[in-house]
Structures are given as C-alpha cells and as structure tokens.
Write a protein that binds this ligand. Sequence first.
Ligand code: ADP
Ligand code: MG
Length: 321
Amino acid sequence: MERYKAINEVGEGTFGTVWRAINKQTGETVAIKKLKREYHTWEECINTREVKSLRRMTHPNIVKLKEVIKENNTLYFVFEYMECNLYQLMKDRARLFSEAEIRNWCFQVLKGLAYIHQQGYFHRDLKPENLLVSKDAIKIADFGLARENDSQPPFTEYVSTRWYRAPEVLLKSPTYSSAVDMWAMGAIMAELFTLRPLFPGSSEADEMYKICSVIGTPTESEWADGVKLASVIINYELPQMKGVHLSALVPTASEEAINLMTLLCSWDPSKRPTALEALQHPFFRSCFHKIPPSPRFKTKNCNLPKMAAGKQEHPPPPARI
Ligand code: ADP
Ligand code: MG
C-alpha cells in the first residue's frame, strides 16, 4: 500500500470503504476499496466473490479491477477511478435528464450486463450507487454479491437493495437467475426519468405492495410460479391491485421507453427480455449505428415488441457487446 497515496474517502458501502488515491510511481488516480472483514490467507482473498468474478471481466462498461493487495490481514482492491455514482448524479439534479442521456446510459449498462451474463455471472445488486459515471461512460461496479449462473441453489442469504429487488427474490424463490438484473434495470431506468425510485418499499412486505400497486397483482396465467410461491411456500397473501400504465408514473418517457420498462418489470422472470434482447429494443434504435452494420438490420418499420414479450418473428442480429 506504500505505493499509493490516499487522498479522500469517496464511498462507504456494506462491505468496505472506498478511497481516491494516487499511484506514486505513475501518478495515476485510482479507487481503493478496503474490505471491512479480515482475511487470514491469500487463498481466502482470491476466493471472495468480488475477486473471483471481477478478475475475469474486461469490458468498457465494467469497472476494471487493477490489483488485489493483502496487507497484514486486510484486503484492498485497486480499481480504475470513476468520478461519481449514478445516485449522486440524480440526487442533486433540479432538472430531469433528457431521454437521449438516459438512452445512452442504459445502452452502456445493458452492454455491460450482457457481457456479465455471457460470462456466466449475474450481478444481484444492481442499483444507482453501483453504477459509476465518468464523463460519458457508465460502468457497473460492486461485484460483492455476484453469483455464477450455475452455482448451486438454494440462494438464501441477503440479496440486493430492496427497491431494486426482483419479486422472485422477495418471494424467496430458491432458484432465481440473471433475470433479477433485468428487473433492477427496469426500476433504474424509470428512476432516471423521474429522479424518484419506482418501488420505494419501506419493508419487504411494503416492497411487494408497491410493486403490486404499480404493475398490478399477478394472475395465475401471468406468473403461475410466483402465485404458487406466495401462497404455498411463504404463505403470503398478495395484495389485490389493478396497477397503472407506466406512462402515468413516467410521463416524460417516450412510448418505446415505456414499452421497454414495462417488459423489464414483468412479474415472470422468463418474460423479461435478456440484456441482449433489450439492446435490440426499438428504444435503442438511434444507438444501432454503434453496432456493426448489417443489411438485415432495418429499424425503420420495426414494431414494438408486445407488452407480453412475445418473440419477434424476425429477430435482428445479435448486438455487439
Ligand atoms: P460496497 O460493496 O461496500 O457497496 P462499492 O464497491 O459499491 O462497495 O463502493 C461503495 C461506493 O464507493 C460506491 O457507491 C461509489 O460511490 C464509490 N466507489 C466504488 N468504486 C469506485 C471507483 N472505482 N471509483 C470511484 N468511486 C468508487
Ligand atoms: Mg455498493
């Protein structure tokens, strides 16, 4: 750690504190996360979730882990430095973000997510505090809760911040998947438009209530597994509510944006678009030029996917991630 000069604390999370620091040899600014827990062996260190998952990930929309240092029994992660997190950007805003800004951020986060999922991981704690911004770039950070897709269920321990927590996690499904990140993405996207959380539950029960009041209580045909989870597994009576059209809550969003958020916040995880599918949604039509051109890829008459997330008849080619 002598190679770094600590400048100021930039964040405090569940698992550690984060400092801005300077590499004395190169002059480079970095972020150093000091973990709260003690680590006694090197093996213990490299087996932490964050190291195991992040070591393998190199992508422009994922915060780069540069170095892992164990000094005495303390573990430090050295990351590329980012200016601020998305929560900080939203909380001090008097003016709403433009749809173009929101589109650009969501496109980048989805590209990072598509990469994470493709690598066989899911993040599990996507929220504005874990999305870091520097100039035009936005990157996914904090892999403290990341999971391998094929790791063995049941997943029972604490998972993700409540406001962005998918309903299958709230209902204690033992086998949730990368679709939990897609739910969080929908909630974050709505918040970017309104600067207010979409489902600000004050407890787990209130979270469920807030979700029902926005998207309506799930019917058996809409989400059979969830209805069963609620009644049989946790003996929970779902509050009966009709829900509202998202355009009433997010009035400044375009029809395409509303359609995408509605799909992402589907009760049934299997009905949510994957990150790759979301990247191909008409909301990102103007971003398509960043994908290698394909003669098949005509966006002009591209219809919006149905709210029920029916498969498109002629799916566009995969997006570049
Ligand atoms: P925790 O697991 O404790 O939540 P995080 O990795 O999310 O830790 O970091 C906590 C906060 O520190 C973040 O919300 C962010 O504000 C800040 N932070 C984390 N990583 C960086 C970074 N690479 N550059 C700048 N700030 C960062
Ligand atoms: Mg965090």
